[in-house]
Design a protein. Structure first.
Length: 278
């Protein structure tokens, strides 16, 4: 089993340990079990929004592992896991965030697992196997990473905030043509006002990179709860501000995460550019 960092609340300690182990197992399955002839098993919002057999296998592994140990918990998973549960705990799972990257053999993809207690996110784990890095956070306990650049473990902290025109910001693009066309128009107007824009293909990784100080900010339209649940908590616990449109939480209309000094000007600019609608 994966070693569990010290957490005062025994329930949160248990949830964190289970999330870490489930993410580790799913990450190993995806990394080591990827078929050489991997193909598309299904599509979702459009013909280019794909699911592979490995997405499905990873979600089954995660939900099976968690349900065996906590049978009363609920689930919300990208590949169809959905149950209310009776314990007050719900697991929000993206078994493979960055499926198109994975399909093409690109390294930026991750397993994302969050736990909610009575509707509040309390645990988040993101496993990035090709980086050999695991990011995790417990509500009120800070954010941490281990493996890769972090060795046996280190606390995460956002970068000191630069002026917006010196900020490195990441984004993503929807798989529905009309939406991505609008997103490209927004990015075109945004680029001259920033240092530069990056596009990794994994919302979970982008949110963790904000937490780790590898990005100054991140925004995206069209995310689902499983895309952002773990990464949003990790970013906030590392000192980032997160939200959606001004005064609203991160949601499908807009998700923004950034160092505190970058967040408000970036959010305001995105609102002015209409980043949340066609």
């Amino acid at each position: 089993m994966t070693p569990v960092p010290s957490v005062a609340d025994p329930v949160l300690s248990e949830l964190l340990g289970l999330a870490l182990e489930a993410a580790r197992r799913a990450g190993a399955l995806l990394r080591d079990g990827r078929p050489a002839d991997l193909g598309v098993a299904a599509t979702k919002s459009s013909p280019i929004d794909v699911v592979t057999e490995m997405d499905i296998a990873a979600e089954k592994l995660i939900t099976g592992f968690l349900a065996e140990r906590r049978p009363q918990d609920g689930f919300l998973g990208e590949e169809g896991a959905s149950s209310a549960g009776s314990s007050g705990i719900r697991w929000v799972i993206d078994p493979l965030d960055g499926t198109v990257n994975y399909l093409y053999g690109l390294p930026t993809w991750a397993v994302s697992i969050a736990a909610e207690r009575d509707g509040e996110r309390v645990v988040g784990v993101v496993e990035a196997p090709m980086r050999c890095e695991t990011y995790h956070a417990v509500l009120g306990g800070g954010a941490y990473a281990k493996g890769g650049a972090y060795g046996d473990g280190a606390a995460l902290c956002t970068r000191p905030a630069p002026p917006l025109d010196q900020a490195l910001v990441s984004t993503g693009f929807n798989y529905v043509t009309a939406v991505r066309t609008h997103q490209a128009d927004v990015a075109q107007q945004l680029i001259p006002k920033l240092r530069d824009i990056r596009r990794s293909g994994s919302a979970a990784v982008d949110l963790c990179d904000v937490a780790a100080g590898r990005l100054d900010g991140y925004y995206e339209r069209g995310l689902h709860p499983w895309d952002l649940a773990a990464g949003d908590l990790i970013a906030r616990e590392a000192g980032a501000r997160t939200g959606g449109r001004p005064g609203l939480p991160a949601d499908g209309d807009l998700t923004v995460a950034a160092s505190p000094g970058v967040f408000e000007p970036l959010q305001t600019l995105l609102e002015d550019l209409g980043a949340w609608h066609d």
